[in-house]
Design a protein around this ligand. Structure first.
Ligand SMILES: [Mn+2]
Length: 340
């Protein structure tokens, strides 16, 4: 395979894109929605889709279940309509719904019930493992894509849309963050080839690094310091965990996006097979993030707790106090690791 071949769009993806394109008609209003607590892939693929579908003559707008994260404000512009503040009501104006970076409708949070009852075409672009209740019927889904942004890139190329500098920046942010800065196992030759194409289209990699990884509020590091104090390890099973108490975000005056990547500190400990991050939401629910360093399938494990995601990165929302949930999940993890 030559380097140029890497940018070819696989036939099955092309076929899926053509089926999506039949619904993405000029003049139509398309609502774009990603998961609760949008990350770089959700924000990057959403803003790229908004600009690409506008090129196609559509009227796109963003409606997410939780507020736009401030650290990704730079991806928005006056040309992208963000109607998140209007909540589920904004979905009722849409002719088409396009959900991205989600395989399970529950990940749409407060929008989920409305999405379940929408009578308009519901499209999905995603790279998560399939769930029991997908958010739509017409899908471009491929777990081999490093990010949803990779699939949006394929859509742009297949439909002959222009990768403008703004689109390139959004897609680069999506791929950069979902691969952990081109370090995780989803970092493929093709992902680097697309990144190269995006750099050629005008992305400044140092500017992206500065905006995404070097613009932290001081509270983020203070919170990290506090979280690292909770670092626990079970060397026998290779389980490492970190916790954040309820109210910690408020105390340090930071937002949930400032927790992104904390679990990587647990994963970075030598001998870790499974890294866990527990965030006490303060109302009897604990958000648990699961990260695998190798053969452990954390999607299968997260499903025991009603969650899911990817084989090496998953999440779940578990009922109970921080201590209860931590004990329960770590006990189950010991059993899971002993069996695998
Ligand atoms: Mn993603």
């Amino acid at each position: 395979m030559t380097l140029a071949d890497l940018l070819d769009v696989a036939d099955h993806r092309r076929a899926d894109i053509e089926r999506l394109a039949a619904e993405l008609q000029p003049g139509r209003r398309v609502a774009l929605a990603t998961h609760i607590n949008a990350d770089g892939d959700g924000c990057g693929s959403g803003t790229a889709l908004a600009r690409l579908l506008a090129q196609r003559g559509m009227r796109p707008y963003i409606v997410n279940p939780t507020p736009w994260p401030g650290m990704y404000d730079f991806l928005l512009g006056s040309d992208v309509a963000n109607r998140t503040i209007e909540g589920a009501g904004a979905l009722r104006d849409a002719d088409v719904l396009l959900v991205h970076d989600i395989s399970d409708v529950k990940r749409l949070g407060v929008l989920a019930d409305t999405v379940r009852t929408l009578k308009i075409p519901r499209l999905v672009i995603d790279h998560h493992l399939p769930s029991d209740e997908p958010p739509g019927e017409i899908t471009l889904a491929d777990t081999s894509a490093c990010a949803t942004g990779e699939l949006v890139y394929d859509l742009a190329v297949t439909l002959g849309l222009e990768i403008t500098p703004a689109v390139a920046g959004s897609l680069y942010a999506a791929i950069l963050t979902d691969t952990g800065g081109f370090r995780f196992s989803n970092t493929t030759p093709r992902c680097h080839a697309i990144a190269a194409a995006l750099l050629a289209a005008g992305v400044d990699p140092e500017e992206m690094y500065t905006r995404i990884y070097a613009s932290a509020p001081i509270g983020r590091l203070q919170l990290l310091g506090e979280a690292l104090e909770t670092l626990g390890i079970d060397r026998e099973h290779g389980i490492t965990w970190i916790s954040v108490a309820a109210g910690a975000l408020e105390r340090h005056e930071v937002r949930s996006e400032d927790l992104d990547g904390i679990v990587e500190h647990a994963r970075s400990v030598s001998g870790t097979r499974l890294a866990l991050f527990f965030r006490d939401l303060g109302h009897g629910k604990v958000k648990v993030s699961f990260r695998s360093t190798g053969v452990v399938d954390v999607n299968a494990f997260a499903r025991q707790f009603g969650g899911g995601g990817h084989a090496k990165a998953s999440g779940a929302l578990v009922t109970g106090s921080l201590e209860e949930v931590r004990d329960r999940v770590i006990s189950a993890a010991r059993a899971h690791l002993a069996a695998s």
